[in-house]
Ligand binder design. Structure first.
Ligand code: GLU
Length: 455
């Protein structure tokens, strides 16, 4: 494997399902790899044993597959614990890892005091001043140390593909804890060890990781590796400019899926949000990949608008070719759907799954199934309508010929003519063009429905 090859990773923690924020990171990595002909790696950051579950891991994989994102390699951090221990040892040998004995409460108090004085919360490095005797005493009290990485005092600088030139003064960063007192390695370390060993070329993630990047760049170097290229996507915010975190439940991929939102619409929406590109339907993920360019993202937070996503989902469905719709129709219980059916109804329905797909089932019953009996409002008119039904075969012109003949025979026109026919044939006052529906309904059903019989 050449080190210049494009290799990216999506690294969710299996402590919940995917929401639109991390789905966007997944998608950006996938599209980037796709465009470059590189590899997209799925890495489960599951070292937090209390919060990670197998069930969430499977859920994340299911969500990614539903979105259409496949991976070339798959790994999970819990399989790689010896690698992290070995890296920690190397840091220790270099004198870059030091033990701290503060409890979480003590550290919290320290941060609160700093905030009160208007200072950024930053570890004061008091553990570095402990003498061997101090340590022996603390250990004697039964305290087990956590281990911190000693950051260099220099500024962190990188050319970010989205954020431009970033510079973070060393004085603003806090020495990160790499190992907990129970020995569990933490994200800052595990992520860098993996990014080095699996030869990640580009790290693409949300702007909430910018400070982590400043710290991790130092860690890459301390472990003897050149850092990858970084790209930090703008944060997603709601209409009021707040982070989406409080509403994550409703913005999980799982809930969007249940609602019947099209996965391709989610992909198009998330890929384009913050780029200024128009929110128009796409045919495929490949179409998105072709136009994908990280430098098009604005640095400003991007406003996530669920209504705009819904509109894009509907437009995506309306444009969906029959071949792509057919398996979805089958999943709804509409087996052997005909292209004519899909073409007749697609622009009048809003979803291929979820609660709104009930409309699709209704239109399928209208065209190919049975509607319950419904007495005609005007039996005499209905009888005339039956009598004037042209003989089969029917085509796209049948409706015009029939309604024209009825108009001449009855003197009715406009709504008075069309509404009773539409109601009798479809049991709805609005819907797809009757010229398209009629040939699918056929003579036998049409005649029976006009008479008020179940058909
Ligand atoms: N597990 C981390 C997260 O979900 C990964 C961040 C990264 O991409 O490095 O935030």
């Amino acid at each position: 494997m050449s080190v210049s090859a494009t290799r990216v990773r999506f690294a969710p923690s299996p402590t919940g399902r995917l929401h639109v924020g991390n789905a966007r990171a997944a998608l950006a990595n996938w599209l980037f790899a796709r465009k470059a002909g590189g590899a997209f790696i799925l890495r489960l950051d599951d070292t937090d044993r209390e919060r990670s579950t197998e069930e969430f891991a499977r859920g994340i994989e299911e969500d990614l597959a539903w979105l259409g994102l496949d991976w070339h390699e798959h790994l999970k951090q819990s399989d790689r614990l010896p690698r992290y221990a070995e890296a920690a040892e190397r840091l220790q040998e270099k004198g870059l890892l030091y033990p701290g004995y503060e409890t979480e409460e003590e550290l919290q108090l320290q941060r609160a005091a700093q905030r009160r004085r208007g200072l950024p919360p930053r570890y004061d490095r008091s553990a570095l001043r402990l003498t061997p005797a101090d340590r022996a005493r603390l250990e004697g009290e039964g305290r087990r140390p956590h281990w911190r990485f000693k950051l260099p005092d220099e500024e962190a600088a990188w050319a970010d593909l989205v954020q431009g030139d970033k510079r973070i003064p060393g004085g603003e960063l806090s020495d990160p804890v790499l190992l907990r007192s129970d020995g569990q390695p933490l994200y800052t370390l595990t992520s860098v060890v993996d990014d080095i060993e699996i030869q990640i070329s580009h790290v693409i993630r949300g702007a909430d990781h910018i400070t982590n990047t400043a710290v991790q760049i130092a860690l890459f170097r301390a472990l003897g590796a050149e850092p990858p290229v970084f790209a930090h996507l703008p944060l997603l915010v709601d209409a009021e400019g707040h982070g989406l975190s409080k509403r994550l439940g409703s913005l999980s991929l799982e809930s969007l899926r249940t609602e019947g939102i099209e996965p391709l619409a989610i992909a198009a929406y998330l890929a384009r949000l913050g780029t200024g590109d128009p929110m128009e339907p796409v045919e495929s993920l490949d179409e998105l990949a072709t136009g994908f360019d990280l430098t098009r993202y604005s640095r400003a937070p991007a406003r996530f608008d669920p209504e705009e996503l819904k509109r894009l989902s509907i437009a995506t469905m309306h444009r969906m070719p029959f071949e792509r719709a057919a398996p979805r129709l089958a999943a709804l219980g509409i087996a052997n759907a005909r292209p004519e059916f899909w073409d007749a109804v697609r622009e009048n329905v809003e979803a291929l799954s979820g609660p709104k797909s009930a409309e699709l089932l209704h239109w399928h019953r209208v065209c190919h199934g049975t509607l319950p009996a419904q007495a005609p409002a005007d039996p005499a008119f209905a009888e005339q309508a039956v009598a004037l039904l042209p003989p089969e075969p029917w085509d796209g012109e049948t409706w015009a010929r029939w309604s024209e003949a009825l108009k001449r025979a009855t003197g009715r026109k406009g709504r008075a003519l069309f509404e009773p026919l539409r109601l009798a044939l479809t049991q709805r006052s609005h819907g797809p063009e009757l010229r398209n529906l009629l040939p699918l309904i056929g003579h036998a059903r049409a005649a029976a429905r006009l008479r008020g019989e179940p058909a």
